[in-house]
Design a protein around this ligand. Structure first.
Ligand code: AMP
Ligand code: FE
Ligand code: FE
Ligand code: ZN
Length: 272
């Protein structure tokens, strides 16, 4: 089995619609995927409505944003109820607050002589009524000719802690974990930062964290081993995925996958 338990679509900051993601996954010979858009299950709901999924099993998921000390921490919620009221309310709030945050970041860019319009950011987000996020701003900056690549936008302006960055300020890590649990999901820490994972883990486990995203394309082998060790020590579930956002990032969907053995405990916990 080939699994990719972390994929984005146009429902958040990905480049392809949920349907196109699914078609590409099928062509890329993946068996199980988790559509894990930022702060929304709209893509999962759309796939459910369309009812077209061929041979691929889709784990209903989302990636919840939280802020701690002006930095962003993300939590994957696997096997959530995509229709739950708590997620619907979170989505609406995220759209509203992320809109305000985007205005703030545009203002900060303006203070540095970088002009970009809200309309251009909204256009970059596409027609799905998606909550605005930094990759949309990065695309708008690129189209306006201020930068040559989206990574330049993060390195110079909008990466965590950079001059034009503002945190999402939607939830604390504990609130994000609690929300996932209330939506019936399994909270897993996405891309835990190397310099914070050991220090933050106790309080996150205390809050109900159940797993770590261990397997990712660019994790150095020794970091994967360290995360596997933490999962053993803390009895946590292991997950893995590409965090694929689109074809522009250099790697194709299906280049990276995890095996059934690597994530079997998580799938069983979710009833798969
Ligand atoms: P936001 O939720 O608006 O804070 O945006 C977070 C998203 O920005 C992440 O999910 C990534 O897609 C993207 N991102 C964050 N940091 C970087 C970076 N250094 N380089 C490229 N993309 C990034
Ligand atoms: Fe993203
Ligand atoms: Fe993330
Ligand atoms: Zn992600």
């Amino acid at each position: 089995m080939r699994l990719d338990l972390h994929i984005h679509s146009t429902s958040s900051d990905g480049a392809l619609s949920p349907q196109d993601v699914l078609a590409l996954c099928e062509a890329s010979r993946l068996d199980v995927i988790a559509l894990a858009d930022h702060d929304t299950t709209a893509g999962v709901r759309r796939l459910n409505r369309l009812g077209v999924r061929g041979d691929i099993q889709v784990v209903p998921a989302l990636e919840v944003s939280s802020t701690l000390d002006q930095r962003e921490l993300h939590f994957l919620g696997y096997f959530v109820d995509p229709d739950s009221d708590i997620i619907r309310r979170h989505e609406e709030r995220a759209i509203r607050l992320r809109g305000k945050r985007m205005e703030g970041m545009i203002q900060r860019l303006g203070d540095q002589g970088i002009e970009v319009k809200m309309e251009a950011v909204a256009a970059a987000a596409g027609p799905d009524g998606t909550a605005l996020s930094r990759p949309h701003l990065a695309r708008a900056l690129m189209e306006a000719g201020h930068i040559r690549s989206t990574s330049e936008a993060f390195d110079r302006f909008i990466g965590d802690g950079h001059p034009a960055f503002l945190p999402t300020s939607l939830l604390s890590p504990e609130e994000a974990i609690e929300m996932i649990k209330e939506a019936g999901g399994i909270p897993v820490w996405a891309h835990p930062p190397e310099n914070q994972v050991e220090s933050l883990l106790p309080r996150l486990v205390q809050a109900g964290l159940r797993g770590l995203e261990v397997y990712r394309p660019r994790h150095p082998a020794r970091y994967t081993l360290r995360l596997e060790g933490l999962c053993k020590a803390w009895k946590l579930l292991m997950s893995g995925g590409s965090d694929w956002h689109g074809p522009d990032k250099g790697s194709a969907l299906g280049d990276f996958w995890v095996t059934g053995e690597e994530v079997t405990a998580l799938l069983e916990e979710g009833g798969m």
